[in-house]
Design a protein around this ligand. Structure first.
Ligand SMILES: Cc1cc2nc3c(=O)[nH]c(=O)nc-3n(C[C@H](O)[C@H](O)[C@H](O)COP(=O)(O)O)c2cc1C
Length: 190
């Protein structure tokens, strides 16, 4: 089983990266093969809206030749995807949104008839970290985002909100260590 984490924060050592790394650690201990991608290290440009992916203008799918091409490959290999983002102004980060928009080129045969193999529903776990201690503060947005990924034909298996980062960073929160690893281990064999 291959589980791939995508950290949609500009901070390579931030709360979101730490949280996803812990989830992957739990999964790895249960025998999963894991891989991590950090958008802070990658050149992912915004969708240009050219619809070249629909027309099949390029055999790689999306016509933009940037690091998203590596991620398309990773998406195909994964059994479970974990997408994490900090909450910025009540929503996912710009980095996570650019990644999400670029899924247009490949993830659903409804949008991109050239990639029929992507029709297989991928399991997806969403992770949000936020400064505010109330984990329900952005519930409307979180529910909407889950629904949006389901419409993109992902099988959203869990949504985890790690709140209160303005008081204490994730890595210093002792309660989170075991809880995040447990989320990871529970993914193995699903
Ligand atoms: C530009 C910006 C906007 C933010 N907006 C919110 C917000 O609307 N609500 C909130 O609870 N936290 C907000 N935060 C705090 C981050 O969500 C929080 O610190 C998060 O854990 C950062 O993740 P990272 O360490 O992975 O970058 C914001 C932080 C920044 C830098």
């Amino acid at each position: 089983m291959k589980i791939i984490g995508f950290t949609g924060s500009p901070r390579r050592e931030g709360n979101t990266a730490w949280t996803i790394d812990k989830i992957l650690e739990g999964a790895k201990e249960k025998g999963a093969q894991t891989q991590s991608w950090y958008f802070s290290d990658l050149d992912i440009r915004p969708c240009g809206g050219c619809l070249g992916c629909h027309r099949g203008d390029h055999d790689r799918g999306c016509v933009i030749n940037d690091d998203m091409q590596k991620l398309y490959g990773a998406l195909k290999e994964a059994d479970v995807l974990i997408l994490g983002s900090p909450i910025y102004m009540g929503q996912m980060s710009a980095q996570a949104k650019m990644f999400t928009d670029r899924l247009f080129a490949q993830i659903s045969p409804r949008f991109s008839p050239h990639f029929k193999e992507s029709a297989v529903k991928k399991k997806l776990i969403l992770v949000f970290t936020q400064g505010n201690p109330d984990s329900a503060m952005f519930q409307v947005y979180i529910d909407y985002t889950k629904r949006m990924f389901e419409l993109l034909e992902f099988d959203v298996q869990g949504v985890h909100v790690v709140a209160g980062m303005r008081n204490e960073p994730a890595r210093e929160r002792k309660d989170l260590h075991a809880a995040m690893k447990e989320i990871g281990s529970s993914l193995v064999g699903t």
